[in-house]
Design a protein around this ligand. Structure first.
Ligand SMILES: Nc1ncnc2c1ncn2[C@@H]1O[C@H](COP(=O)(O)OP(=O)(O)OP(=O)(O)O)[C@@H](O)[C@H]1O
Ligand SMILES: [Mg+2]
Length: 145
């Protein structure tokens, strides 16, 4: 495999911090805008990274998002410390959400985040350990010109 990392950056995410929520995905989008990567690809990365970031803010205590740009892909690794997910198949279903009423009042909790990440990604992996945390890897290929 001749996939070479061109750029890597790690960002912290704090659970419950709605003032900063979305900042990491905004920064990732800004970095990608400087690369000449297709706007449709950037839009997919922005959607997927935003949903993954919001899941840490809403459901977990703290996390890290690692953004990797390679010669062929954008990779977003998200690892959090939090309650974890008991049933991943259920969590992947459209409309399934454990978000509280408070979260729903803020407009979250449609249960569409994970399904939308999967749709936006070329490759999507999720692992979780109850009481420990959740790990998500999103890969989106970009065309080489
Ligand atoms: N990082 C996480 N830690 C713990 N639980 C999670 C995490 N991400 C998702 N979940 C669980 O999976 C469910 C579905 O997640 P999903 O992102 O699809 O929907 P949501 O976050 O509840 O609502 P929406 O994303 O539409 O605002 C969540 O309600 C939660 O129970
Ligand atoms: Mg979500």
């Amino acid at each position: 495999m001749n996939e070479e990392a061109l750029y890597k950056k790690k960002f912290p995410v704090t659970g419950g911090d709605f003032d900063k929520a979305g900042e990491v995905s905004t920064q990732i989008k800004a970095i990608l805008k400087t690369t000449g990567i297709d706007n449709d690809i950037i839009r997919k990365v922005a959607i997927a990274s935003f949903e993954a970031e919001m899941n840490v803010v809403i459901h977990a205590e703290e996390g890290k998002i690692e953004f990797i740009l390679t010669t062929s892909s954008v990779i977003i690794n998200v690892a959090d410390k939090g309650p974890g997910i008991k049933d991943i198949d259920l969590a992947m279903q459209e409309g399934y959400s454990t978000a509280s009423d408070d979260m729903r009042e803020m407009g979250f909790g449609a249960g569409m985040g994970l399904p939308n990440i999967k749709k936006s990604a070329d490759d999507f992996e999720i692992k979780s350990k109850v009481g420990k945390g959740t790990w998500v890897r999103i890969t989106i290929h970009h065309e080489q010109k």
